[in-house]
Design a protein around this ligand. Sequence first.
Ligand SMILES: Nc1ncnc2c1ncn2[C@@H]1O[C@H](COP(=O)(O)OP(=O)(O)OP(=O)(O)O)[C@@H](O)[C@H]1O
Length: 724
Amino acid sequence: MATVNSSRRPQFDEPLEQPNKANLSKPSVKEVKPANSWAGSEPGKSKPSRLVLSSDFRVARGENEDRVSPDRRPSDAGQDGANVTAEPAVAERADPNKLLEQTVQPSPPSRAGSENRVGTTIEGKANQPVLKSGGGGGNNGGPPRSFHRRTPPEDFQNLLRTALRAVRRNLGFVLVLTCATNLLVLAIPVYLFQISDRVLTSRSLDTLIMLTIIALGAVAFQSAFDAIRRFMLMRTGVEVAARLGAPILSAAAHASLHGSGREYQTLGDLQQVRGFLVSGTLISFLDVPFAPLFILMIFLVHPDLGMIVVVTALVLMTIALINQKMTAKPFAEANQAQSKANLHLDSMSRNSQIINAMAMIPEAVRIWGRDTAASLTWQVRAQDRNIVFAAVSRTVRLFTQIGILGWGAFLALQGEITGGMVIAASIIAGRAFAPIEGSIEGWNTFLLSRGAYGRIRNLLANSALQYEKLRLPRPEGRLDVERLLYVPGGTKRVVLNGITFSLSPGETLAIIGNSGAGKTTLGKTLVGSILPTSGSVRLDLMDIRNWDPRQFGESIGYLPQDVQLFPGTIKENIGRMRDDATDEQIHDAAVLADVHNMIATLPQGYETVVAADGSPLSGGQKQRIALARAFFGNPRMVVLDEPNSNLDVAGDKALARAIEQAKANKITVVVITQKPTLLNVVDKIMLLNDGRVALFGERDKVLQQLHGSKVPPELKGNQGGEEK
Ligand SMILES: Nc1ncnc2c1ncn2[C@@H]1O[C@H](COP(=O)(O)OP(=O)(O)OP(=O)(O)O)[C@@H](O)[C@H]1O
């Protein structure tokens, strides 16, 4: 198959025609001027612009909106914009008073008039209505005039508030149960105290039976209340996960576009919060407020015993703090190494075919083993310290029990307290230590959970999905790219430098250039999957950042270089996994992408199930299904990144037909390609060189620039007949 790099024609990176350095450094386009382009007309002869000055935007907008001629053909605004350059508009230096006059007397609504307008900036055009009364869209009748049906904006703050309300409500009830549980837990020490001090002294069987029944009832209630509060906490955790799971995932998916890719881990944060809600740590936290009550009771038995308990509690806290300090680093290292091992495992599962085909299993296992071993080593180090401190802590607790019993016995010998009091104090002390110890041990979990909740709150609070965007009519497909600069975060590499161009609705553009020229990056900025460092991409004059994301997504199609299909049927894939995709829409997209016949040859047709790795489809078939997915819903702009990289001759032809059909349907198509075959069907060509526009203009003129006066025979398809 012939390629642009064949020996008969120069390569993309050859200095075909040195672009004017001055022009390129002011991020402008070397425009191959068509005869009727305004760029080629004399500024003096241009018709007055209705609005020309971006700095006068505020004043002029108010005037324009009131005075625009009702019969003005707004589509003309789209026709003349194909040649926007980065050069400042001539009229930007015009007298503002004259401008005001010009807005009072708008130019006649003729196409020729609008084509000759000089210096009409995009800001100026933004004041003009985009819609026209007919033509310019699908089925030659233009896109539907109705406004887009949109899902309402997500109210993440409200969802978070509702979830928090549910947690508070449940915790309030759990607190009441905790109160009852902690009071009932005193039943056993009180029972012991009563037996030794009352029953044994009075030898009353009735009292013993009575006390035993009360103690049994108290213990039964205490167990029931404890079980109920655990049930409630478990359900609270589930409720939080159920309420926040979907909003977090959609906010994370949206944020990941321009984020670090770690946004999806917020779902893990939700698991952390849920885990905390059902953990023993929270139970300990809830029980801790009752510890002072128990300590007070011991003080009431005897102040000496109370002091022993207080000192022990302080010692236990100190031990736990030292433990946390000494185990925090090894635990963090262990977690980091474990997540590296998990990432590696994930990439192994995605690349299992490559790993098997090239016998890379030992290497893959070695890398995973290295990270896992590092994780285990750090865990052992952390756990060793943990075990030592836990042992010290337990020893202190047991010493305290002995201390209370011993000193209590001594006090009993002195006749200050009774034997029953000593045993009761010992049991109550154990009850007081339990939540304190539990809280100290779980403090780390609490900090982690608090951090996780903070990340969830930030993600939901800052999600752009919740801001309501203005309802816009369905776009026509006018594309304006202005002074696009892209420097990837954390690098100084300028990948795109001053890209400026425009396409009218229904125009097709091929972006060509050497590998690494920035074609894919440009394609991604056009569909908003990466944000430019500066400059703007506008669809129907509205910056794509300001479109409602759902509406924008429905209005465009994108075929990425690395095609991935979703696990599901071909039908679902073409319908973008939407529940509301109708059979007719799916069929239309397949026909528009010229892929219906190919699908018809598959044994299960549209119901063929595609696995995560794309089987049973071939690479070319996957690419063609993805092409139909890009055309689903009759989008107004489609960006195709090397759509024929896997196609055979028939597929290539089908693709060319699809682009022609798209053109007939007034869909603006940008196709990134390395192959010359598609150049036959496009209106314009852009040659990218090192992130800059080296050539841009009408197809034949650019081809002539590329190949000198000779245009290779295979690229002569449209010459003459469709001369622009
Ligand atoms: N996130 C990034 N960080 C650093 N460099 C980047 C980043 N994204 C792109 N680049 C660089 O920008 C250049 C252009 O990349 P791009 O993928 O757009 O090229 P391309 O013209 O599509 O190439 P190909 O035809 O091989 O797909 C490359 O040199 C690439 O290394």
